[in-house]
Ligand binder design. Structure first.
Ligand SMILES: [Zn+2]
Length: 322
């Protein structure tokens, strides 16, 4: 009883201290790398929406250590996050961080680019992701600031990659070959995945969400579903999803597939019936999808974007052709 009360008091004190820290501008992500295979490390993101408490730390990032250099997977949501990543990598190795692969242009993956460039790291993206980052980056940065607050994003600027990857490519980090594979028009127009042959580890970016509602504003769902079939066949033992815990079998793929089908079907049937968007947003989210992290907010966002795309297609199809 006394112990329970003590724990409650301590929890309250720590919460107040954490909030005070956020308000006073002493922001820290406290990133700690977890080794998941020989020379392969992950910084796990929170299964939460973007909030001022988590500072946008919602995606998984990581790094692979070779004999002469380090390759980084995604750059995180802010300059501060990327700087903490670099500092945390330095606790593991002093080898140069020579390469950073940005899996796609979404803020939680791509907004730390400038810190890696300052560190003389080559930064790679798919050309279509580079274009979207340039086009939408400033607006997305504004949204991010609204959601996580100004303190976290201080100093964060939208930057561009130094290299583009359009077709499959290998990077040698010293006695270790890392394959970079493009997957166009799935989760976004230009996703990259990273495969470490030595440990059979695949970093799948946001082509795989695990235990969290997938986001689809830039997605082509039918091509994404096809990409999932290809990803399964790549021959990995361990897969790091863009969001959620480690994957070692195909069960998360089934979960993701059925959720994507559900989204597409809900939007398509509603438009075909002539329902309004407001009516469609009232759809009850069935089990097991109602258990996915962030599903309430993501369902609204996803249905809104799918609905608008379908309505635009309907409108175009009704126009006379000359
Ligand atoms: Zn994404």
């Amino acid at each position: 009883m006394i112990r329970g009360a003590l724990v409650s008091v301590l929890t309250l004190v720590f919460t107040i201290l954490a909030i005070a820290g956020v308000y006073s501008g002493h922001m820290r992500y406290s990133l700690k790398p977890e080794q998941i295979a020989d020379g392969v490390y992950v910084f796990w993101g929170q299964q939460e929406p973007l909030t001022w408490e988590n500072g946008g730390n919602i995606a998984n990032t990581g790094f692979i250590v070779g004999n002469n250099s380090v390759l980084v997977l995604d750059t995180g949501p802010t300059q501060l996050y990327a700087e903490e990543m670099i500092a945390a990598i330095r606790t593991v190795t002093n080898l140069p961080i020579r390469h950073a692969i940005v899996t796609h242009h979404h803020p939680d993956h791509a907004f730390g680019i400038q810190s890696f460039k300052k560190n003389n790291t080559n930064v790679y993206m798919h050309p279509d992701s580079r274009s979207l980052l340039a086009k939408e980056g400033p607006i997305l940065l504004g949204f991010l600031e609204t959601l996580i607050g100004t303190n976290w994003i201080t100093g964060t600027k939208i930057d561009r990659p130094t290299h583009l990857i359009r077709t499959e490519r290998s990077i040698d980090v010293g006695g270790r070959i890392i394959k970079i594979l493009p997957f166009a028009n799935g989760h976004t127009p230009g996703d990259l995945v990273v495969y470490d042959q030595e440990t059979r580890t695949l970093f799948a970016g946001d082509l795989v969400f695990h235990g969290r509602a997938a986001t689809v504003p830039h997605a082509n769902i039918s091509i994404w579903l096809h990409h999932l079939d290809v990803l399964i066949e790549l021959g990995w033992d361990t897969l790091v999803p863009g969001h959620g815990p480690i994957v070692t079998d195909q069960i998360p793929f089934e979960e993701l597939r059925s959720y994507l089908y559900f989204l597409e079907q809900t939007a398509t049937e509603s438009v075909a019936r002539g329902d309004t968007l407001a009516e469609t947003l009232q759809t009850e989210i069935p089990a097991p999808f109602n258990q996915l992290a962030t599903v309430k907010a993501e369902f609204q966002r996803s249905i809104t974007s799918l609905f608008r795309k379908l309505e635009a297609e309907d409108f175009e199809a009704s126009l006379p052709v000359y």
